[in-house]
Design a protein around this ligand. Structure first.
Ligand SMILES: Nc1ncnc2c1ncn2[C@@H]1O[C@H](COP(=O)(O)OP(=O)(O)OP(=O)(O)O)[C@@H](O)[C@H]1O
Ligand SMILES: [Mg+2]
Length: 248
């Protein structure tokens, strides 16, 4: 479904990605982990076509998106949903208008049809009767769920999540995880999730991919990942455990 071949990305003098090869299978949930600044968000932005790589190919269903024009990319992006790190809702619009935004922009659906879709998607993320509220009236977790509803309104075949539960409490994190898994099951989508949270990664991932020093150093199932002998993988697990133990 998504295939990265030799992806490189530099910002000025600095090469952040030094040749990434990665295949993401249709219907799987792939979790990308790695230290802060390792290039996880950059990798997502490349896959969505928001930025161009310095080298390499990005195949979406066999078609290389790297040489595509904005117009061609827009067509590919209609099949993608994106949940940004900071929910990125339009503050001046109601929740309902936020979820309806893309449908109004890119489809010829009637207002009646759109209202039904908005209700259905909000229901799917566990929010009912919030259409007329403003984003400022919602909690952080609710905003995340609204942005998830907006991402799935199109019924995309691929959803990208950038740190969907950062800044949320453990209970809300579990709810968001459930939502990711349920959305995957209900819509059969391919999910690519960036997270710092190893517990969360282990709950939702079919496979985990780890970025380190510009390379994808490990891509494996959760079980095999945990047993990896790679010192950098172990260090990542260990650092997170220690950080947790250090908390009061
Ligand atoms: N538009 C940009 N211009 C210049 N440098 C950039 C740009 N975007 C990212 N970078 C640099 O690329 C590197 C990777 O950034 P990126 O945001 O992808 O990291 P990340 O793995 O998502 O980190 P975090 O876990 O903190 O979100 C960083 O060193 C960052 O400074
Ligand atoms: Mg990031």
């Amino acid at each position: 479904m998504i295939k990265l071949v030799g992806i490189r990305k530099s910002f000025g003098e600095k090469e952040v990605l030094k040749g990434i090869d990665l295949t993401i299978k249709a219907g799987e949930t792939l979790v990308i982990i790695g230290g802060s600044g390792s290039g996880k968000s950059t990798l997502l932005r490349l896959m969505i076509g928001l930025i161009k790589p310095t080298g390499g190919k990005i195949l979406i269903d066999g078609a290389d998106t790297v040489p595509m024009t904005e117009e061609e990319l827009d067509r590919v992006r209609l099949r993608m949903g994106m949940v940004f790190q900071y929910s990125a809702l339009f503050d001046s619009m109601t929740v309902g208008d936020n979820v309806a935004f893309g449908l109004r922009e890119h489809t010829k659906k009637s207002e009646l049809e759109i209202a039904a879709i908005v209700r259905e998607k909000l229901h799917l993320v566990g929010l009912g009767g919030v259409e007329d509220m403003m984003p400022s009236e919602l909690s952080g977790g609710m905003k995340k769920r609204v942005s998830l509803a907006r991402a799935i309104a199109f019924e995309p075949s691929i959803i990208f999540y950038d740190e969907p539960s950062s800044g949320l409490d453990p209970l809300m994190t579990e709810k968001i995880d459930e939502l990711i898994v349920n959305t995957q099951k209900a819509l059969g989508v391919t999910s690519v999730v960036v997270t710092h949270d190893m517990a969360s990664a282990c709950r939702i991932a079919d496979r985990i991919a780890m970025l380190c020093d510009g390379y994808m150093i490990a891509v494996d199932t959760v079980g095999r990942f945990k047993e990896s002998k790679d010192a950098r993988v172990q260090a990542f697990f260990h650092a997170l455990r220690t950080a947790k133990e250090a908390k009061p």
